[in-house]
Design a protein. Structure first.
Length: 145
């Protein structure tokens, strides 16, 4: 089951106010997915996620994505994508700038052990290019938000 809102003049996905333009319900898994669109582009204002998926039993946001003009993007050294398990424990975060994996002060992609919360993998990216651990970085451990 799904619901789409479009702009009557342009036919592009859009919905006035801070309401999702697309809502889907997966009958098999029970997962609810919502997307916010503005002028035919996935985006949302005020540092709110433009795509979320909600676990049916717990109500936890298991996927949270921030986009600007259809590209993963978030400012302020905050992750643009966050993946959680159904109990709300962070599994993975990634930092994006204008559609490219990027973080200048630490790893751009971090995977966590969902039980202990320990970092199990981290990748460093600059402007969409994976790099080795930067020598000038003193930050090794980043905890989920």
């Amino acid at each position: 089951m799904s619901e789409w809102w479009t702009n009557a003049l342009t036919g592009e996905p859009d919905r006035p106010g801070d309401l999702p333009a697309r809502t889907e319900y997966d009958e098999e898994t029970g997962i609810i997915s919502m997307q916010w669109w503005r002028d035919g582009k996935r985006q949302r204002e005020d540092d709110k996620p433009s795509m979320i998926k909600i676990a049916p039993k717990t109500g936890v946001w298991i996927v949270e994505s921030h986009l600007a003009f259809n590209e993963f993007h978030r400012v302020g050294d905050k992750p643009a994508t966050i993946f959680r398990d159904e109990q709300g424990r962070t599994k993975e975060v990634s930092y994006w700038h204008l559609g490219k994996l990027h973080r200048s002060i630490g790893p751009a992609k971090i995977k966590y052990d969902p039980v202990s919360g320990d970092i199990v993998q981290q990748e460093f990216w600059r402007h969409g290019i994976q790099v080795e651990f930067p020598e000038n970085s003193s930050e090794l451990d980043f905890q989920p938000n």
